[in-house]
Write a protein that binds this ligand. Structure first.
Ligand code: GAR
Length: 215
């Protein structure tokens, strides 16, 4: 069974989506540890509720960011973690963690990458005036929200949308595609060649479009 480690900085609703998929047995995996860089992250409450080991690692305790990420890698390894999930982790991951988990770190971003990376992807999309946005699950490399794309879901940007309404619409799909991507990984169905991820034997998502549910 796939052993997952989660990194989160805040609310942790994507962390919850992974927990739920595991508990509902949609995902054959176990969440071994939650690491936060923020002592007041609500994600910690979720870990407590589900009896998941959780630790806080303070960047301020380290002389360099590389040392901070080395410590995170060591904690993940000591828990036997095989896949690291970034769930609203608001830092750019550095080499010591990436090298410890090559093509074994995933991130979710609230925009259709490579458009609108970084903070406030939803606001960036609104300000630009695009008519479609969405979310992306991708493998993590050293860039900011770069790395091979695994699954994307598209949602419309509607007249009158605010950052909150668009974020809410996107979040519904984040909670759907993140467990899906982890499931595909756990089943050994993600094949990476260069920057391209091929999904083996999965016609429904290989188009990288998730259709909105019927209203
Ligand atoms: C999510 O919308 C996630 O896509 C975004 O932060 C939010 C975290 O929510 N991540 C990024 O913007 C990464 N660049 P959550 O804590 O409820 O999962």
């Amino acid at each position: 069974m796939l052993k997952i480690g989660v990194l989160a900085s805040g609310r942790g609703s994507n962390f919850q989506a992974i927990i739920d998929a595991v508990e509902n047995k949609k995902l054959k995996a176990s969440v071994e540890i939650l690491i936060t860089d923020n002592l007041s992250a609500f994600a910690i409450e979720r870990a407590k509720k589900h009896n998941i080991k959780h630790i806080f690692i303070n960047l301020k305790d380290f002389a360099t960011k590389d040392e901070f990420f080395k410590r995170i890698a060591n904690e993940m390894k000591s828990c036997g973690v095989e896949l690291v999930i970034l769930a609203g982790f608001m830092r750019i991951v550095r080499k010591p963690l990436i090298d410890a988990f090559p093509h074994r770190i995933m991130n979710i971003h609230p925009a259709l990458l490579p458009s609108f990376p970084g903070l406030h992807g939803q606001k960036q999309a609104l300000d630009y005036g695009v008519k479609i946005s969405g979310c992306t699950v991708h493998f993590v490399d050293e860039g900011m929200d770069t790395g091979p794309v695994i699954i994307q879901a598209a949602v419309p940007v509607l007249p009158g949308d605010t950052e909150d309404t668009l974020s809410e619409r996107i979040l519904v799909f984040e909670h759907k595609i993140y467990p899906e991507a982890v499931m595909l990984f756990s089943e050994g169905r993600l094949e990476i060649k260069g920057n391209i991820v091929r999904i083996k034997d999965h016609p429904q998502v290989s188009s990288n479009i998730v259709n909105p549910p019927n209203r």
